[in-house]
Design a binder for this molecule. Structure first.
Ligand code: FE2
Ligand code: FE2
Length: 243
Protein backbone atom coordinates (compact mmCIF):
# COMPACT_ATOMS: atom_id res chain seq x y z
CA UNK A 1 0.00 0.00 0.00
CA UNK A 2 1.26 3.46 -0.90
CA UNK A 3 2.13 5.81 1.94
CA UNK A 4 2.65 9.52 1.85
CA UNK A 5 3.76 11.61 4.82
CA UNK A 6 3.52 15.41 4.58
CA UNK A 7 5.19 17.40 7.35
CA UNK A 8 2.93 20.33 8.25
CA UNK A 9 4.79 21.74 11.26
CA UNK A 10 8.40 21.27 12.30
CA UNK A 11 11.15 23.55 13.57
CA UNK A 12 13.42 22.65 10.65
CA UNK A 13 13.01 24.53 7.36
CA UNK A 14 12.40 22.72 4.07
CA UNK A 15 9.68 24.23 1.86
CA UNK A 16 10.43 27.96 1.73
CA UNK A 17 6.73 28.89 1.47
CA UNK A 18 6.09 27.50 4.95
CA UNK A 19 6.88 28.83 8.40
CA UNK A 20 8.81 26.78 10.90
CA UNK A 21 7.62 26.51 14.49
CA UNK A 22 8.67 24.63 17.61
CA UNK A 23 6.26 21.72 17.35
CA UNK A 24 5.24 18.85 15.12
CA UNK A 25 2.40 17.90 12.83
CA UNK A 26 2.23 15.61 9.82
CA UNK A 27 -0.41 14.08 7.58
CA UNK A 28 -0.06 10.36 6.86
CA UNK A 29 -2.01 9.07 3.89
CA UNK A 30 -2.25 5.35 3.24
CA UNK A 31 -4.16 4.97 -0.01
CA UNK A 32 -7.51 6.61 0.92
CA UNK A 33 -6.96 6.64 4.70
CA UNK A 34 -5.89 9.98 6.16
CA UNK A 35 -4.39 10.28 9.61
CA UNK A 36 -3.38 13.65 11.00
CA UNK A 37 -0.57 13.18 13.48
CA UNK A 38 -0.43 16.04 16.00
CA UNK A 39 -1.37 19.67 15.45
CA UNK A 40 1.73 21.84 15.78
CA UNK A 41 2.22 24.71 18.18
CA UNK A 42 0.89 28.08 17.04
CA UNK A 43 -2.58 27.92 15.55
CA UNK A 44 -1.87 30.61 12.93
CA UNK A 45 1.23 28.82 11.62
CA UNK A 46 -0.53 25.45 11.54
CA UNK A 47 -3.44 27.00 9.61
CA UNK A 48 -1.17 28.84 7.13
CA UNK A 49 0.90 25.75 6.44
CA UNK A 50 -2.19 23.55 6.01
CA UNK A 51 -3.59 26.05 3.51
CA UNK A 52 -0.32 26.46 1.58
CA UNK A 53 0.06 22.68 1.35
CA UNK A 54 -3.52 22.43 0.02
CA UNK A 55 -4.56 19.97 2.72
CA UNK A 56 -8.31 19.53 3.23
CA UNK A 57 -8.72 18.81 6.95
CA UNK A 58 -12.36 17.82 6.50
CA UNK A 59 -11.13 14.63 4.81
CA UNK A 60 -9.06 13.47 7.81
CA UNK A 61 -10.33 10.14 9.16
CA UNK A 62 -8.24 10.01 12.34
CA UNK A 63 -6.68 12.70 14.46
CA UNK A 64 -3.80 11.08 16.31
CA UNK A 65 -2.66 13.09 19.32
CA UNK A 66 0.64 11.69 20.52
CA UNK A 67 0.62 13.61 23.80
CA UNK A 68 -0.84 16.74 25.30
CA UNK A 69 2.13 19.11 25.15
CA UNK A 70 1.11 22.47 23.73
CA UNK A 71 3.52 22.16 20.78
CA UNK A 72 1.50 19.16 19.55
CA UNK A 73 -2.08 20.40 19.97
CA UNK A 74 -1.84 24.08 18.97
CA UNK A 75 -4.03 23.74 15.88
CA UNK A 76 -6.86 21.91 17.63
CA UNK A 77 -9.40 24.73 17.36
CA UNK A 78 -8.79 25.10 13.62
CA UNK A 79 -9.01 21.35 13.10
CA UNK A 80 -12.34 21.18 14.94
CA UNK A 81 -13.64 24.04 12.80
CA UNK A 82 -12.85 22.09 9.65
CA UNK A 83 -13.59 18.49 10.59
CA UNK A 84 -16.75 16.99 12.03
CA UNK A 85 -16.27 13.30 11.25
CA UNK A 86 -12.82 12.18 12.42
CA UNK A 87 -12.09 9.78 15.26
CA UNK A 88 -9.65 11.26 17.75
CA UNK A 89 -7.01 9.05 19.35
CA UNK A 90 -5.56 10.39 22.58
CA UNK A 91 -3.22 8.77 25.10
CA UNK A 92 -4.75 7.88 28.44
CA UNK A 93 -4.86 10.85 30.81
CA UNK A 94 -8.12 12.40 29.68
CA UNK A 95 -8.26 15.42 31.96
CA UNK A 96 -4.94 16.95 31.03
CA UNK A 97 -5.35 20.43 29.51
CA UNK A 98 -9.10 19.81 29.30
CA UNK A 99 -8.41 18.39 25.88
CA UNK A 100 -11.00 15.66 25.88
CA UNK A 101 -13.65 18.13 26.96
CA UNK A 102 -12.91 20.33 23.93
CA UNK A 103 -13.05 17.38 21.60
CA UNK A 104 -16.07 15.81 23.23
CA UNK A 105 -18.00 19.05 22.91
CA UNK A 106 -17.24 18.96 19.20
CA UNK A 107 -19.13 15.69 18.82
CA UNK A 108 -16.15 13.81 17.40
CA UNK A 109 -15.64 10.23 18.49
CA UNK A 110 -12.77 9.93 20.99
CA UNK A 111 -10.76 6.81 21.71
CA UNK A 112 -8.57 6.93 24.77
CA UNK A 113 -5.59 4.71 24.03
CA UNK A 114 -3.79 2.65 26.66
CA UNK A 115 -2.87 -0.57 24.85
CA UNK A 116 -1.74 -1.02 21.23
CA UNK A 117 -4.62 -0.82 18.75
CA UNK A 118 -5.07 -0.88 14.97
CA UNK A 119 -6.08 2.38 13.32
CA UNK A 120 -8.62 2.01 10.54
CA UNK A 121 -9.08 -1.25 8.61
CA UNK A 122 -6.70 -3.99 9.78
CA UNK A 123 -5.29 -4.63 6.31
CA UNK A 124 -3.84 -1.09 6.28
CA UNK A 125 -1.48 -2.29 8.99
CA UNK A 126 -1.25 0.97 10.89
CA UNK A 127 -1.33 0.99 14.66
CA UNK A 128 -0.86 2.90 17.87
CA UNK A 129 1.89 1.59 20.14
CA UNK A 130 -0.34 2.26 23.13
CA UNK A 131 1.08 4.35 25.95
CA UNK A 132 4.66 3.14 26.17
CA UNK A 133 5.27 5.04 29.38
CA UNK A 134 3.42 7.64 31.41
CA UNK A 135 6.68 9.18 32.55
CA UNK A 136 7.28 12.06 32.16
CA UNK A 137 3.86 12.17 30.50
CA UNK A 138 1.63 9.70 28.66
CA UNK A 139 2.56 9.43 25.00
CA UNK A 140 1.75 6.96 22.26
CA UNK A 141 3.28 6.69 18.81
CA UNK A 142 2.13 5.41 15.44
CA UNK A 143 3.66 2.53 13.51
CA UNK A 144 2.91 1.35 10.03
CA UNK A 145 3.93 -1.64 7.95
CA UNK A 146 5.79 -1.20 4.68
CA UNK A 147 7.70 -3.34 2.19
CA UNK A 148 10.94 -2.70 4.06
CA UNK A 149 9.55 -3.22 7.54
CA UNK A 150 7.77 -1.14 10.14
CA UNK A 151 8.15 2.61 10.44
CA UNK A 152 7.42 4.70 13.50
CA UNK A 153 6.08 8.22 13.68
CA UNK A 154 6.54 9.81 17.08
CA UNK A 155 5.77 13.20 18.61
CA UNK A 156 8.46 13.91 21.21
CA UNK A 157 9.52 10.36 22.16
CA UNK A 158 9.25 11.22 25.86
CA UNK A 159 9.22 7.48 26.74
CA UNK A 160 12.64 7.36 24.90
CA UNK A 161 13.26 6.44 21.28
CA UNK A 162 14.73 3.03 22.12
CA UNK A 163 11.79 2.05 24.37
CA UNK A 164 9.29 2.95 21.65
CA UNK A 165 11.36 1.04 19.05
CA UNK A 166 11.58 -1.94 21.39
CA UNK A 167 7.81 -1.92 21.92
CA UNK A 168 7.24 -2.01 18.15
CA UNK A 169 9.84 -4.75 17.66
CA UNK A 170 8.08 -6.82 20.33
CA UNK A 171 4.64 -6.22 18.83
CA UNK A 172 5.67 -7.02 15.28
CA UNK A 173 8.31 -9.73 15.75
CA UNK A 174 10.66 -7.70 13.59
CA UNK A 175 14.16 -7.22 14.94
CA UNK A 176 14.61 -3.77 13.41
CA UNK A 177 12.72 -0.57 12.61
CA UNK A 178 12.77 0.64 9.02
CA UNK A 179 12.28 4.39 9.71
CA UNK A 180 11.82 6.40 12.87
CA UNK A 181 10.38 9.82 12.13
CA UNK A 182 9.66 12.56 14.66
CA UNK A 183 11.12 14.26 17.70
CA UNK A 184 13.84 12.28 19.48
CA UNK A 185 13.92 14.70 22.43
CA UNK A 186 17.70 15.03 22.62
CA UNK A 187 17.73 18.83 22.51
CA UNK A 188 18.64 19.38 26.15
CA UNK A 189 21.54 16.90 26.13
CA UNK A 190 25.22 17.75 26.31
CA UNK A 191 27.72 16.16 23.90
CA UNK A 192 28.36 13.15 26.12
CA UNK A 193 24.65 12.50 26.61
CA UNK A 194 24.05 12.82 22.86
CA UNK A 195 26.79 10.24 22.19
CA UNK A 196 25.14 7.82 24.64
CA UNK A 197 21.65 8.42 23.22
CA UNK A 198 22.81 7.96 19.62
CA UNK A 199 24.48 4.70 20.64
CA UNK A 200 21.12 3.51 21.97
CA UNK A 201 19.40 4.50 18.71
CA UNK A 202 21.90 2.32 16.84
CA UNK A 203 21.40 -0.53 19.33
CA UNK A 204 17.62 -0.25 18.81
CA UNK A 205 18.33 -1.25 15.17
CA UNK A 206 16.67 1.78 13.63
CA UNK A 207 17.73 1.74 9.98
CA UNK A 208 16.70 5.21 8.83
CA UNK A 209 16.44 8.17 11.14
CA UNK A 210 14.04 11.02 10.39
CA UNK A 211 15.02 12.90 13.52
CA UNK A 212 13.37 16.31 13.67
CA UNK A 213 11.46 18.60 16.06
CA UNK A 214 12.90 18.27 19.61
CA UNK A 215 15.90 16.20 18.51
CA UNK A 216 17.95 19.40 18.60
CA UNK A 217 20.43 20.68 16.02
CA UNK A 218 23.53 19.15 17.62
CA UNK A 219 22.07 15.65 17.85
CA UNK A 220 20.72 15.92 14.31
CA UNK A 221 24.23 16.65 13.05
CA UNK A 222 25.65 13.67 14.92
CA UNK A 223 22.91 11.43 13.49
CA UNK A 224 23.39 12.89 9.99
CA UNK A 225 27.15 12.18 10.09
CA UNK A 226 26.62 8.65 11.37
CA UNK A 227 23.69 7.60 9.19
CA UNK A 228 24.70 9.30 5.93
CA UNK A 229 22.13 8.39 3.26
CA UNK A 230 19.96 6.83 5.95
CA UNK A 231 19.48 10.18 7.65
CA UNK A 232 16.13 11.52 6.44
CA UNK A 233 16.23 15.28 6.44
CA UNK A 234 12.80 16.18 7.79
CA UNK A 235 11.59 19.76 7.68
CA UNK A 236 8.37 21.64 7.27
CA UNK A 237 6.70 20.78 3.95
CA UNK A 238 8.79 17.67 3.36
CA UNK A 239 6.88 14.86 1.63
CA UNK A 240 7.99 11.25 2.03
CA UNK A 241 6.56 8.47 -0.08
CA UNK A 242 7.10 4.76 0.33
CA UNK A 243 5.26 1.47 -0.12
FE1 FE2 B 1 7.33 18.50 21.27
FE1 FE2 C 1 6.52 16.89 24.16
Amino acid sequence: MKKRLTVIVDNNPFDERLKTDWGFSALLEIEDLKILFDLGNELRIFKDNVEKLGIDLSEVDYLFISHYDSDHIGGLEYFLEKNSTATVLVPYNPDYFGLNEDIENSGLKVEVVIDPIPIGPRDYKVFSTGVVSSFPRPEHSLYVFGKEGYSIIAGCSHPKVWNIAKRVEELTNFDYIDMYIGGYHFYRMNDEEIREAVKKVVEARIRKVGACHCTGDKAREVLRDLYGDNFIDIGVGKVLEWC
